[in-house]
Ligand binder design. Structure first.
Ligand code: CMP
Length: 554
C-alpha cells in the first residue's frame, strides 16, 4: 500500500496542528499544577496523560509523513523529510512525548521529587506550538490583531507558570486548599507583573528563595509592562493602516480648510467627497497600488478589479478578450460629486466615459431640456471624439459617479483595431444625435406655441419620428457625378444627404437637405478620395437616425 505524504498547507495538516496546539496548551497548564500540588497520575489525570502521549506519538508519525517547502518547492521525498525533521524539531517532540510522568509516581532511589520535574518535558511541545502560531501569521489575518493576541497568550502562559512557581516555593499559605493557593499566587503574579504591587501578598522577607523569585518576577514585570505599553498604541494604530492614513489625511485637509477659510457648503462637499472615497474604495488610489506590479500581474489585477464594469456595459458583452484588455488597461477611474458638470456643451472633448456607478443627466446648454438619463453600464462623450466636433450636450452628475474615462488617442486606436466596436458606437452616436436634434426642435416648436412646460422632462417621445433609412446606394455616373438612391421611409417627408471624403477623422458635410425624393445626385464630389454617404429622413416630429455609411460602387 502506498503511504500518503501530507501537504504542509493542506486542510488536514492545518487542523491537526491546531489540535496539537490546543493539546500543548492543555499540558502546559496541567504539568506545572501536577508538580506543585504533588498530584499523582490516577483516574482522569492518568487518562489525560495517556491520551496526550498517544496524540503526541501520532504527531511525530504525521510529521515524518508531511512534506516541507524550501524555496517555494514542495519536498515529498521521505528520506529528505526525515533528515529535515531529525535536524531539530524531532528532539523536543520526542522528549515531550516520552511518558516520563509514569516515573513520577515511583519512589525510585528516593528521587521522586526530581522525577516530578521530568513532567515539564511536556512543555517542550511549545516549540512546535510556536511554529504553528508563526504559520498562522501567514494566513490572511490582520497582523496587528495576531500580534496582540499572541502577546496576551504568552503573557497568560507566563503568569500561569510564575504563579505555579510561587506556590512551589511556598509563597502563599500552604495550609490553604489547593485552589485558593493557586488563586492567591496568580493574584500575586498579576499584581507584580503589571507593577501594581498592592503588597497584600508578599514574599517572606526571611526567605531568600522567595525574595529572589519575587525580584526576578518584578524585573520581568517591568520589562513586559514597558514593552506592552510601548507596543499597544502602535498595534492599535496598525490594526487598520488604511483607516489611520485616511484619518491623518482628513486632519490635514481640515486644517487646510480652516486656514484658507473655505466656505461651509464647499467644506461639506470636500468632506462628503472623502467620505465617498472611503466608503467606495477605502481611500486607496487603485492606480497607485497597481503602479508597482509587473505588467502581467497588473493586467490580471486590473481585469479582476474592473470585471464589474466589463459585465455592466452591454457593448463589451461577447467582445474579444484582447479588446477588453486593451480597453481596461487604458481606462482611468474618475469620481464626480453630485451636481458636477462632467462635460459642457460646446467644449472640445478629449475623453469619453463609461459609468460604473451613479447617474448622470444629458442636458441642453441652458439645462432646460433633459435629453436622457444615463446609469451604470452606459457611456457618453463619444460623439465629440468620433466626429471631431465640440460637445453636443452638457452632462451633469446626479449623484456620486464612479466613471472610467478613455482618452481620445486610445479611443481612436481602438476604433481602428476593432471595427465591430466602431460600428456599434457610431450607430449609437448617430441615434443620440438624432434624438437630440428632434427634442431640440420639439422644444423650439413648443416654445413658439408658448407651451414650454408641456415638454415632459427627460422623456423622449419618439413616436412618429422617421426610422433609419435603408437601401442606400451610391453609383458613379457620367462625368464625375455620383447618383444616390435609397428606399422610401414611411414617416419621412424630406431627406438630408451627408458625404465624407476619406475614411479617417474627416467630418461629414451636408450635400443636400430637404430632398423630397429618394434619390439625389452629388455633382461635385472631391476627386481622388474614398467617398462615404449617409442619409436620414425627417418630418415635422423630428429627424430619424443616420443610415449606414456606403461607398461608391463602380
Ligand atoms: P459628446 O457630444 O461628446 O458630449 C455630450 C454627450 O452626451 C454626447 O457625446 C453623447 O455621448 C451624450 N448624448 C447626447 N445626446 C444624447 C442622447 N439623446 N441620449 C444619450 N446620450 C446623449
Amino acid at each position: 500500500m502506498k503511504r500518503v505524504i501530507f501537504h504542509p498547507e493542506s486542510r488536514f495538516k492545518i487542523l491537526w496542528d491546531l489540535f496539537i496546539l490546543l493539546a500543548t496548551i492543555a499540558v502546559t497548564v496541567q504539568a506545572p499544577l501536577m508538580i506543585v500540588f504533588d498530584l499523582v497520575s490516577t483516574g482522569w489525570l492518568l487518562v489525560f496523560d495517556i491520551v496526550i502521549t498517544l496524540v503526541f506519538i501520532a504527531d511525530i508519525i504525521i510529521s515524518f509523513n508531511t512534506g516541507f517547502i524550501v524555496k517555494r518547492q514542495l519536498v515529498t521525498d521521505r528520506k529528505l523529510i526525515a533528515k529535515e525533521y531529525l535536524k531539530f524539531w524531532f528532539w523536543p517532540d520526542l522528549l515531550a512525548t516520552l511518558p516520563l510522568f509514569a516515573l513520577s509516581g515511583t519512589n525510585f532511589l528516593l528521587l521522586n521529587r526530581l522525577f516530578r520535574f521530568f513532567r515539564l518535558s511536556r512543555l517542550l511541545k511549545l516549540f512546535t506550538g510556536a511554529r504553528t502560531i508563526r504559520k498562522a501569521k501567514e494566513l490572511n489575518l490582520n497582523p496587528s490583531i495576531m500580534r496582540m493576541t499572541m502577546m496576551v497568550f504568552w503573557l497568560l502562559l507566563a503568569s500561569h507558570l510564575i504563579a505555579c512557581g510561587f506556590v512551589f516555593i511556598n509563597g502563599v499559605d500552604p495550609t490553604l486548599p489547593n485552589n485558593m493557593r493557586y488563586l492567591q499566587a496568580l493574584y500575586w503574579t498579576i499584581t507584580t507583573l503589571s507593577t501594581i504591587g498592592y503588597g497584600d501578598i508578599t514574599p517572606d522577607r526571611g526567605n531568600p528563595v522567595q525574595l529572589i523569585f519575587t525580584l526576578i518576577t518584578q524585573l520581568i514585570g517591568v520589562g513586559t509592562y514597558g514593552f506592552i505599553i510601548g507596543n499597544i498604541s502602535t498595534l492599535i494604530a496598525n490594526i487598520d493602516v488604511a483607516k489611520t492614513q485616511y484619518r491623518e489625511k482628513m486632519e490635514k485637509i481640515n486644517t487646510f480648510i480652516k486656514h484658507r477659510s473655505i466656505p461651509g457648503p464647499l467644506q461639506r462637499r470636500i468632506n462628503d467627497y472623502y467620505d465617498y472615497l472611503w466608503e467606495s474604495r477605502r481611500g486607496y488610489d487603485e492606480s497607485q497600488v497597481l503602479k508597482d506590479l509587473p505588467v502581467s500581474l497588473k493586467t490580471q489585477v486590473s481585469l479582476y478589479l474592473n470585471k464589474e464594469i466589463i459585465e455592466k456595459v452591454p457593448l463589451f458583452k461577447g467582445a474579444s478578450p484582447s479588446f477588453i484588455k486593451e480597453l481596461i488597461m487604458n481606462m482611468q477611474p474618475v469620481v464626480f460629486t453630485p451636481g458636477d458638470y462632467i462635460v459642457t456643451k460646446g467644449e472640445i472633448g478629449d475623453d469619453m466615459y463609461f459609468i460604473n456607478t451613479g447617474t448622470v443627466d444629458v442636458v441642453s446648454e441652458d439645462e432646460s431640456l433633459i435629453y436622457a438619463t444615463l446609469t451604470a453600464g452606459q457611456f457618453f462623450g463619444e460623439i465629440a471624439l468620433l466626429l471631431s466636433m465640440p460637445r453636443t450636450a452638457t452632462i451633469k452628475a446626479r449623484d456620486y459617479c464612479d466613471l472610467y474615462s478613455l482618452e481620445k488617442e486610445t479611443f481612436d486606436r481602438i476604433l481602428i483595431r476593432y471595427p465591430a466596436f466602431a460600428k456599434s458606437i457610431e450607430e449609437l452616436a448617430e441615434k443620440r444625435r438624432a434624438e437630440m436634434v428632434s427634442s431640440t426642435e420639439k422644444q423650439k416648436k413648443a416654445q413658439a406655441r408658448g407651451a414650454v412646460d408641456a415638454e415632459p422632462m427627460g422623456e423622449l417621445d419618439t413616436e412618429g419620428t422617421p426610422a433609419r433609412v435603408t437601401g442606400l446606394k451610391a453609383e458613379s455616373i457620367k462625368g464625375s457625378s455620383i447618383l444616390l438612391s435609397w428606399d422610401r421611409e414611411e414617416e419621412s417627408k424630406t431627406y438630408t444627404l451627408l458625404r465624407k471624403s476619406g475614411t479617417g477623422n474627416e467630418s461629414w458635410e451636408v450635400v443636400a437637405t430637404g430632398l423630397s425624393e429618394c434619390t439625389a445626385t452629388d455633382r461635385n464630389p472631391p476627386a481622388g478620395k474614398v467617398l462615404l454617404y449617409r442619409v436620414r429622413g425627417e418630418n415635422e416630429k423630428g429627424a430619424g437616425p443616420w443610415s449606414d455609411a456606403v461607398t461608391v460602387s463602380e
